[in-house]
Design a protein around this ligand. Sequence first.
Ligand code: HEC
Ligand code: HEC
Length: 161
Amino acid sequence: MIFRSLTLALALLASSAGAAEPQQPVKLQDAARGPVPIMETTRPPLLANPVNDDIRRTRNYDMQPPTIPHKVDSYQIDKNFNKCMDCHARAKTELSQAVPVSVTHYVDRNGKVLGQISTRRYFCMQCHVPQEAVRPLVNNQFEDVDTVIRKGQAAPAGHKK
Ligand code: HEC
Ligand code: HEC
């Protein structure tokens, strides 16, 4: 029985393969890439006008790296100098009025707290990014925990957890 249905399936496969038209390549349309084929490099639009309002933004969840509320154009970050730490180091904040980097930024991978910024946190813009007033490419329905709790409280008693 199994054997029969197997041969049938194989026969079907073979016949459909024989009859198949040459496959048209599926046109890919991606929000970020547009119709540019995967093997080609896109030319993303230039970012020109980062938000520079100096207003610290709400963090959406615990341990989110806060977004940068100021311009960072041409700030030097290399082995000689870290412009960010020129304002964000603990000792510099009285002058700069910047938020000092938190203690996590001084901890090495063995959990030891160092006297200077950890190499793990040296390249700030791996994690922290300025914002640009552009339309999001992908819809996002993320809700933070406060919203979730509020919705839970508003729901009828029977639906409460
Ligand atoms: C000239 C001083 C200065 C420099 C240089 C500087 N910042 Fe800032 N930064 C500030 C100040 C002041 C604030 C507080 C908000 C404001 O005034 O923009 C801030 C805010 C931030 C925040 C928001 C913190 C929070 O809790 O919301 C982040 C993240 C940040 N900066 C990252 C950086 C990074 C990364 C660099 C380097 C690419 C950098 N900053 C360079 C002065 C500076
Ligand atoms: C590997 C990711 C990563 C890198 C690299 C990094 N940060 Fe952060 N940063 C975080 C995260 C996550 C937080 C929020 C939780 C915390 O404080 O650790 C944060 C918090 C901050 C804050 C807010 C501190 C507070 O107490 O509210 C500032 C300011 C900041 N970072 C600046 C910097 C600067 C300047 C650099 C570069 C010298 C840097 N960060 C490098 C991930 C990173």
